[in-house]
Design a protein around this ligand. Structure first.
Ligand SMILES: NC(=O)c1ccc[n+]([C@@H]2O[C@H](COP(=O)([O-])OP(=O)(O)OC[C@H]3O[C@@H](n4cnc5c(N)ncnc54)[C@H](OP(=O)(O)O)[C@@H]3O)[C@@H](O)[C@H]2O)c1
Length: 340
């Protein structure tokens, strides 16, 4: 986090009074929890090497636009834990009075600390991790706590009971799971959630025009009545106009520590993006907006969980709510480009 000799003033934060538009919210599955169509993820841009001033502007802009849902995980940073710490600092400065207007999520499931209790789905790991997350963020509870990925070495029942007890203890309001892609896994998980009366709200899955793996899940979720939140809906920025004319210096792919690499997959996707951009232009919207609308066409998807490095990106992305659904002809053109 770059804070040295940074004397730029930041005034008191007064949120935009017109931040709520009912058409921007959708219930997560059968639950009463409404989420904004566009949620903000803090996986990138909130770690120790990032600009806290910029992070603060992004959070403020998000809330001003009606983005009430901020998504974190124990291991976001780098280093692990630093995104939660930085979020906690900014929350205290700007959002403490608005806690009841926010849906704050965190997760545990990937490696977090050394040894047998810092990874997976055991009761020991999940409880210790949630306690640490609450401490880092300075919160009494999170709105959604996710098991971040399936753990075949822990009985599902142990994981579900731990999640259930977190809710009973008031540390989490709702429970989510993430990266559960197999329908059989989900069926078992949902049955256990019902058995233990767990307020299960969402499965968080990577879903975009370039990531079609969850489509079976997405269809099943619609029938079963639970919600999906789609992460990386812009394929980390590739499904925007950003890379149409080369690699901008400040883009994610240009950063050495990024998970997005300039490899063959990236290059072949950028070729398709040029054709996809023409479909968006014919409709008069940006490619980012079209990519988000494409994910949101699925009834079970209640929100797209996008990242942002600049306020303008958020402004552009939320404008999708002004758009009618993509037409059959547009969907067909997109499908042909993706198949090519
Ligand atoms: N559950 C899981 O396992 C898991 C895994 C990964 C992520 N997630 C969650 O999903 C969130 C989003 O992931 P993501 O950041 O990969 O999502 P994404 O929305 O696919 O990519 C976000 C990036 O796209 C670019 N961007 C966004 N809007 C743009 C616009 N209008 N025009 C041009 N570029 C735009 C920005 O990149 P630049 O920085 O290049 O400007 C931004 O950082 C994460 O923060 C995290 O909360 C969950």
């Amino acid at each position: 986090m770059k804070t040295t000799n940074d004397h730029r003033p930041v005034g008191a934060y007064i949120p935009n009074e017109d931040r709520y538009k009912s058409e921007f919210f959708k219930n997560a599955g059968k639950t009463g929890l409404q989420l904004p169509l566009v949620s903000l993820g803090l996986w990138h841009n909130f770690g120790e090497g990032d600009d806290l001033f910029q992070g603060r502007k992004i959070l403020r802009k998000a809330f001003d636009l009606g983005i009430t849902h901020f998504d974190l995980a124990n291991n976001y940073g780098p280093p692990y834990g630093s995104a939660e710490e930085n979020f906690g600092r900014l929350f205290k400065k700007d959002f403490a009075n608005y806690r009841h207007e926010l849906v704050i999520a965190t997760k545990a499931g990937y490696d977090m600390w050394p040894g047998p209790y810092g990874n997976g789905g055991s009761r020991k790991y999940l409880f210790n991790s949630l306690d640490q997350s609450l401490q880092r963020m300075g919160l009494d509870y999170v709105d959604i706590f996710y098991h971040h990925r399936p753990d075949p070495t822990t009985p599902m029942e142990e994981t579900v009971l731990a999640l259930s007890d977190m809710v009973r203890q008031g540390k989490a309001l709702y429970i989510g799971i993430s990266n559960y892609y197999e329908v059989e896994q989900m069926t078992e998980m949902c049955q256990l959630m019902e058995k233990y009366n767990v307020p299960f709200v969402l499965n968080q899955l990577k879903y975009s025009m370039f990531e079609r793996k969850p489509e079976q899940q997405v269809a099943w979720a619609e029938e079963a009545g639970y919600g999906i939140i789609a992460f990386s809906p812009l394929a980390q920025g590739v499904l925007t106009d950003k890379y149409l004319n080369g690699i901008p210096e400040d883009s994610r792919v240009a950063k050495s520590e990024s998970y997005l690499k300039q490899d063959d997959t990236f290059l072949s996707r950028v070729e398709k993006v040029k054709a996809l951009n023409e479909v968006a232009q014919d409709r008069g919207i940006s490619l980012a907006q079209m990519a988000l609308l494409w994910v949101l066409r699925q009834k079970s998807v209640c929100s797209v969980l996008a990242g942002a490095s600049r306020e303008e990106q958020l402004e552009e992305n939320v404008k999708l709510m002004e758009q009618p659904a993509l037409t059959a002809d547009e969907l067909d053109r997109i499908e042909k480009i993706l198949a090519g």
